[in-house]
Ligand binder design. Structure first.
Ligand SMILES: [Ca+2]
Ligand SMILES: [Ca+2]
Length: 497
């Protein structure tokens, strides 16, 4: 395409988007109230940047996310506010940073904590302002029925489970991966999609906020065998993991108790075949969930509501599959914090990319503005509407991620600062070092930039809320009820193999 053509295309896109967004947010000429769009709010659990629009893994197959990207603004530098399900979702759904609620870990849950017990969450705010709110699957970490006008259920969530691990020589009782001998319709994500499609097909007199929360690629990495076929084991490419990467990381950053419920990387180094199998199963799980997103988009387009629907797609945090010699989430590195985030506004026909750092916490004020609801006071995020209008405009806000009081990552466009609560730090030059391999924090020439980034640390940081536990404490789980991991149960018997 000639440069002039590209310019015309970009300008037309901006004009179309601006028309819609200004129309949505400006003062209409007539006294008619603006029409309120529906919202389709799609979350995918534990999905990192291994999707086509973010190019995180060369073998990822995401034709339907690619298709959504063609009618959306793709936020290429979006980050969660906590690198783990419960606090990330609470932050998004309340519009508050973990440091404002004291919820940094897997517990307490939202309605069990004084700071959030009475919080009006995003779907509740829409419900209070005339929307019908519908939810299915995992939008909140565990909550469902009380948070929506209509809640469809979890349909078995992470299941179906296997009595025996598919991987017989597997190390960890909480994690497993491999092809399941079941049809797609036995999978909870498929059933959730069926339920959501039925809802989309129902006419509604009220504008509708529908949250659909998919469970894969959360572990166990089980999906039907056909989704594994495009990823033959011998072709699997592993992510780059420099052997000496941790040599410049402060002790607290290397503390493996942070990721105690995941297998250790040492085990994968001893079993490289299993490393490939885990990557293969993660890619297969993404391919499977992408298919479910596609089924929903098909139903939306057939319903003729797509020109009146805002689509938001997000994940609650990233995921390590060996990078930084780590597995799972629970770190402040970009592998854990970077998330897919796409917003499609009604009638949008073209793709745009926004490379400014943003957070999931920005979704609350963005959606209220796009849907003509009064702005909710006291939120910690910033409406992304200016970036939807002009994706390349200046953006003064860095993305903030927190994991425990005083452990905070600040990401500006050019720099990443990880500040730990023992005053140790990491500093990365993001453009030159997107993998965050070379820690510059001790370079004397960088103290000025560190001070600048520290200006963005939250002025007030609540301590851990009562009942906080690093891990999910449930009777019978490998995590003791006081929240401490039982390492014998976790790594005892199976580790001998
Ligand atoms: Ca998650
Ligand atoms: Ca390093």
């Amino acid at each position: 395409m000639a440069i002039t053509q590209i310019k015309i295309t970009v300008l037309s896109f901006i004009a179309i988007t601006a028309l819609w967004v200004f129309g949505a947010c400006g003062t209409p000429a007539s006294a008619q109230p603006p029409q309120q769009p529906d919202v389709l709010f799609l979350s995918i659990d534990d999905l990192n940047d291994w999707i086509g629009p973010l190019s995180g893994h060369p073998q990822a197959l995401t034709p339907n996310l690619d298709r959504l990207a063609k009618r959306a603004v793709v936020f290429t530098d979006a980050h969660c506010q906590a690198p783990i399900c419960n606090p990330s979702r609470i932050s998004l759904l309340t519009g508050k940073l973990p440091s404002s609620t004291g919820i940094y870990y897997l517990s307490p849950h939202i309605r069990k904590c004084e700071t959030t017990r009475q919080a009006v969450t995003l779907p509740q705010y829409f419900s209070k302002h005339g929307y019908k709110t519908v939810g299915v699957g995992k939008t909140f970490h565990t909550e469902g029925p009380a948070e929506f006008d209509l809640y469809g259920g979890k349909f078995g969530g992470m299941g179906p489970r296997q009595k025996q691990n598919l991987n017989c020589d597997h190390v960890h009782p909480l994690w497993d991966w491999g092809p399941l001998d079941v049809a797609d319709d036995a999978m909870p994500d498929h059933q959730i999609t069926d339920w959501a499609i039925e809802q989309i097909q129902q006419p509604s007199d009220e504008p509708r906020f529908m949250a659909v929360g998919f469970y894969r690629p959360h572990v166990p990495l089980y999906v039907p065998e056909k989704w594994f076929k495009p990823f033959p084991l011998e072709t699997i490419q592993l992510p780059p993991v420099p052997a000496d990467d941790l040599a410049d990381i402060p002790e607290i950053g290397q503390d493996l108790s942070w990721s105690a419920v995941a297998p250790r990387h040492d085990w994968f180094l001893q079993h490289p075949d299993q490393w490939k199998r885990a990557v293969q199963a993660y890619l297969a799980s993404i391919y499977f969930v992408d298919h479910q997103v596609g089924r929903l988009l098909d139903a939306l387009d057939k319903s003729r509501r797509s020109n009146d629907t805002i689509i938001v797609l997000w994940s609650d945090h990233g995921f390590h599959l060996g990078t930084k010699q780590r597995w799972g989430k629970r770190s402040l590195w970009a592998d854990s914090t970077r998330v897919p985030l796409m917003i499609s506004t009604p009638g949008q026909k073209q793709s745009a990319r926004c490379d400014q750092p943003v957070g999931l916490i920005d979704l609350f004020p963005t959606l209220t503005q796009l849907c003509h609801l009064p702005a909710k006071p006291g939120l910690d995020g910033h409406s992304l509407v200016p970036l939807l209008r002009n994706p390349s405009q200046d953006w003064p806000h860095p993305a903030i991620t927190q994991f425990g009081p005083g452990n905070t990552a600040i990401r500006s466009r050019d720099w990443a600062l990880i500040q730990y609560n023992d005053q140790s730090r990491e500093l990365y030059r993001r453009g030159k070092d997107p993998g965050e391999f070379k820690n510059l924090a001790t370079d004397s020439g960088q103290q000025g930039i560190i001070s600048q980034l520290q200006q963005h640390l939250p002025a007030k940081s609540l301590p851990l809320a009562p009942g906080s536990a690093h891990l999910d404490a449930r009777p019978g789980s490998p995590v003791d009820i006081d929240g401490e991991p039982n390492f014998d149960k976790m790594w005892g018997k199976r580790r001998s193999k």
